[in-house]
Design a protein around this ligand. Structure first.
Ligand code: G1P
Ligand code: ZN
Length: 538
């Protein structure tokens, strides 16, 4: 039976960079998840009888909200739900499933790399029919609706058994439980030279992949170990757990330290990689080398044609504004355009749909291509494996060779986490207020607040971060995170371009030392936030 349940609005259901992320405790409030899901459905048109994809990263509360979402989809008139077995779908796999089955859209239940468990975070993200995150006009409508909602629709039906693949019925709607890995693995096999990668593993090449107790484990195990012949045990922390086994599933030098130490400092491995909570981020390391995500994007763009799925070459590159300018140099050499977008994957969707860009990425460990409309952790790992298999060079040789050819963009991001929201706003307002005065100071040639005009739909997005660009191309960028759930996080991005190979070996923080000092003193970070140093450096 379809039920209409009265509810009252929550004031705080404004989607951030990537869906509505809140503490699990917030999501556990009565009607909180239902209000948000109904607000999404109320903001969509013409979905009666169509297919909705639902899946999540397996974090705490995932199983419960999935059942609620299925009931609400039935009550709201969807014709079919495709849900991943066990309630699981990585973010890129969900994007692929939406596209592959021509679904109307999808709900991805995830808070990405944020910690999970009862005291951790939860999130719901709506993706549109192209498989990508909903654009701002949709998320704005959802927020507006959430402030006025008075009722939601659901059914009194029992939970679906998500561990049994196959069809179920609720109020005339079909609920099909699908294997979460199969379609995605087939897509990867269509893009990369699996035979060459299999030969690489057969030659004794050693890799370690850290699933971080999150969603990518089953995907990596199937693809790397079962299909590509990597030895059993290549994938560690490969079982998705509600609290990620206590890990903070963010694949960076801080949270994937063990993997980095093993691969970078030891001699047992040729290649190391990791992915995040929902499988869209990636970390790439080799013996003695950490590949920054910005460099990784540039290297992938320069070498994509080695993979069969990109053999015809790429149409263009896109990077988020804070990402280093290394990809721009590759684009210039290939005679392609490099688009600079605001932070967040949703801004790549139009460029990919219009065929203006083929590969895109962000400094925040996100890389991807037009194969789906999300960033894709395993895709990046497989692209690297394809490059390594085709060239038979080491990760380190590929990286240093790239720098030699294009120059090196030294790059680092300094995060000041959980600072007071007021202080963070004061700091940003202070910077915005003195942009005019900053120009000309300390070699700064451009001081602005980044704004973006989408070349495809003409939409304008303002206030996307303060940019200080220096005469030699160096940059310092300031922006506030849009994904945090406690206080504010200030992100400071620092970059310097060095052409001379003799100087490429310098340690990154050292190469950037003067810019780092300036990044702190210019807006008076210590004075305003009380912080002498960042909490995380990547
Ligand atoms: C962060 C990253 C951004 C990424 C987003 C979602 O957003 O910086 O590049 O798209 O997570 O994974 P932020 O917290 O900076 O708003
Ligand atoms: Zn993620």
């Amino acid at each position: 039976m379809i039920l209409t349940v009265a509810t009252t609005p929550f004031p705080d259901q404004k989607p951030g960079t990537s869906g509505l992320r809140k503490k699990v405790k917030a999501y556990q409030q009565k009607n909180y998840a239902e209000n948000y899901i109904q607000s999404i459905f109320d903001s969509l048109e013409g979905f009666a009888g169509t297919t909705l994809v639902i899946g999540g990263d397996g974090r705490y509360f995932n199983a419960e909200v999935i059942q609620r979402a299925i009931r609400m989809a039935a009550a709201n008139g969807f014709g079919r739900v495709l849900v991943g077995g066990g309630g699981l779908l990585s973010t890129p796999a969900a994007s692929h499933v939406i596209r592959h089955y021509k679904a109307y859209g999808g709900l991805v239940l995830s808070a990405s790399h944020n910690p999970g468990g009862p005291d951790g975070d939860f999130g719901i993200k709506y993706n549109i029919g192209n498989g990508g995150p909903a654009p701002e006009k949709v998320t704005d409508a959802v927020f507006a609706r959430s402030k006025a909602i008075t009722a939601y629709k659901t059914t009194d039906s029992a939970d679906i058994d998500l561990n049994r693949l196959g069809d179920n019925k609720i109020e005339g709607m079909t609920v099909r439980v699908i294997d979460p890995v199969t379609d995605y693995a087939a897509l990867m096999e269509s893009l990369f030279d699996f035979a060459a990668i299999r030969a690489l593993f057969a030659s004794g090449f050693k890799m370690k992949f850290d699933g971080m107790g999150a969603i990518t484990g089953p995907y990596a195990t199937e693809i790397l170990e079962n299909r590509l012949g990597a030895p059993k045990g290549t994938v560690i922390n490969g079982t998705p757990l509600p609290d990620f086994g206590g890990h903070h599933p963010d694949p960076n030098l801080v949270h994937a330290k063990e993997l980095c130490d093993d691969v970078m400092l030891g001699t047992a491995y040729d290649f190391g990689a990791a992915s995040d909570g929902d499988g869209d981020r990636n970390l790439i390391v080799g013996r003695g080398v950490y590949v920054t995500p910005s460099d990784s994007l540039a290297i992938i763009a320069a070498n994509a044609a080695l993979a069969p799925g990109y053999a015809g070459g790429i149409a263009g590159i896109a990077r988020s504004m804070p990402t280093s300018c290394a990809p721009d140099r590759v684009a210039a050499k290939l005679g392609l355009k490099c688009y600079e977008t605001p932070t967040g994957w949703k801004f790549f969707g139009n460029l990919l749909d219009a065929g203006l860009a083929t590969v895109c990425g962000e400094e925040s460990f996100g890389t991807g291509s037009n194969h789906v409309r999300e960033k894709d952790g395993l895709w990046a790992v497989l692209m690297w494996l394809n490059i390594l298999a085709a060239t038979r060079k080491s990760v380190s040789d590929i990286v240093t060779g790239h720098w030699k050819e294009y120059g090196r963009n030294f790059y680092s991001r300094h995060d000041y986490e959980e600072i007071e929201t007021d202080a963070a706003n004061r700091l940003m307002d202070g910077l915005r207020g003195k942009l005019g005065a900053l120009k000309g100071q300390s070699g700064i040639v451009t001081a602005d607040d980044f704004a973006y005009d989408d070349p495809v739909d003409g939409s304008h997005t303002a206030k996307q971060g303060v940019r200080l660009i220096f005469g030699d191309g160096s940059r310092i960028i300031y922006r506030l995170s849009g994904t945090g759930t406690a206080g504010a996080t200030l992100r400071v991005y620092i970059e310097r371009y060095v052409a001379d190979p003799a100087r490429h070996g310098t340690e990154t923080q050292e190469a950037l030392a003067d810019l780092i000092a300036l990044s702190r003193s210019l807006p008076d970070i210590p004075g305003i936030t009380g912080r002498q140093a960042p909490t995380v450096i990547t």
